[in-house]
Ligand binder design. Sequence first.
Ligand SMILES: Cc1cc2nc3c(=O)[nH]c(=O)nc-3n(C[C@H](O)[C@H](O)[C@H](O)COP(=O)(O)OP(=O)(O)OC[C@H]3O[C@@H](n4cnc5c(N)ncnc54)[C@H](O)[C@@H]3O)c2cc1C
Ligand SMILES: Cc1cc2nc3c(=O)[nH]c(=O)nc-3n(C[C@H](O)[C@H](O)[C@H](O)COP(=O)(O)O)c2cc1C
Length: 467
Amino acid sequence: MTREQIVQALVTVLAYMLMCGTIAWRYRQRQREAQRRVDALLPATPGAPAWWVAYASQTGQAEQLALQTAQALHTAGVPVRLAPLSQIRMADLQHADRLLCIASTYGEGDPPDSAVPFARQVMASAAVNLSHLHVGLLALGDQTYANYCGFGRALDHWLMANGAQPLFERIDVDKSDPNALQRWRQHLAHLAGTNDLPDWEAPSLQPWRLQAREHLNPGSAGEAVWHLVLVPDALQPLPDWQAGDLVQIEVPTAPGEPRDYSIASVPQDGALHLLVRQSRRTDGSLGVASGWLTKQADLGASVMLRVREHSGFRMGDNAHRPLILIGNGTGLAGLRGHMRGRLAAAGMLGSGAERPESVAPMWLLFGERNAHCDAHHRDEIDTWVRQGWLRADWVFSRDQEERRYVQHALAESAGEVREWVEQGAAIYVCGSLEGMAGEVNDALQRILGEEALQQLAADGRYRRDVY
Ligand SMILES: Cc1cc2nc3c(=O)[nH]c(=O)nc-3n(C[C@H](O)[C@H](O)[C@H](O)COP(=O)(O)OP(=O)(O)OC[C@H]3O[C@@H](n4cnc5c(N)ncnc54)[C@H](O)[C@@H]3O)c2cc1C
Ligand SMILES: Cc1cc2nc3c(=O)[nH]c(=O)nc-3n(C[C@H](O)[C@H](O)[C@H](O)COP(=O)(O)O)c2cc1C
């Protein structure tokens, strides 16, 4: 090695250490900030009866509204305790006086993932006397689904059937309807005995620019999938998101009706990457948002978007665990975010370096239709496989006679799935709710056992971004 090479190697190592240090510092800052937000809400006098503000949330809207509710009450001098519904036990309800609950609905009228144990255990237990409990309920949903606000209603019925007293009639919120949210705020102000609750504004949409767009699957039997690259408009800083987060995009053809997309990149990429599939109606016309983003908008077009924290699909405490990443179609977006996130956290994104022993490995199980055109980002994934970061199992449903999906690959590797989980792996699932996520859930239940899977979910080691 020449002197120059040694100096260069030292500089690289130092730069790497600095980057790791900065990432760890930023992570700790964020953790502290999140803890500060919750600590700030604890009752001023220990032991003073607090109002519970509980939430059941899949993609974070109910969680955000619960935080705003708790902060508003706290500002008005009311002691509050903020918690996900999953942390609330029957004993808490039996000792509480007031419960404000914000609950969304998923699947076909189901509770969000994190609230499944509450629904199965607490709500399924024998009748209890909750006549001392005063309840306000905000149910989030979307009228286009058959079982509108299904879980919020079920929760309401269960509470009332056990004698709980409504503070006011349940408020159902259709797609974040501002009028319904305003009614909730008015009730809060009334309950807290104040006129001036601070305004709640959804984080505003910011102008971004569509920098690049690539059609990933020409010739596919399925609808077109596009890789989009977006950068903040001139003079706007790049926001600080985490792998697992979402964006909400409002296209000019559907004002006031934003669509969610999983982020496929990390801030170290300097841009937001998305994978968008063109959705198509029966008459052949393209979906409003996917059509605009992939076809109508010109390169360089302004795109209004906000980044949304998706705490249920972030890395959380899993940063040092092996990862089993399972998905299909555009679900690769959320999984790619995590793969790039792991390399970035090691300071090795784009470095070409092999995985060091100290970094836990990843295992991708990804399903699409045909290998010759639907293996999105194959070069990048193959490179990570060669460098030892990743094991990749591609599952193509239509390359052989019988249909084959990720759940089949999981079942065939059952022993290894168990080994990975025994070694501490966390499981992330991203993509279709219909077809994929349910089947994968069933396969995991068969491999690991229903209780063990529930425990993984409760421990934050089984996380889903499915739609
Ligand atoms: C958490 C989350 C993450 C997501 N991540 C991604 C992602 O990473 N990539 C991705 O591609 N998508 C993702 N989606 C889906 C995305 O948000 C949009 O739903 C999707 O792009 C379709 O929106 P659209 O405006 O193009 O279609 P829309 O115009 O809303 O139409 C959607 C579908 O509804 C039906 N439909 C609507 N209107 C009519 C009508 N008038 N007549 C008949 N049928 C109709 C059709 O079946 C149509 O295909 C995600 C969704 C969620 C909730
Ligand atoms: C895949 C999926 C399934 C959904 N299913 C329902 C449903 O069955 N009934 C309903 O009222 N809303 C349904 N919704 C709408 C959500 O409840 C609504 O968007 C809510 O605001 C999400 O809040 P959260 O971010 O706290 O999870 C569904 C949304 C998605 C993405």
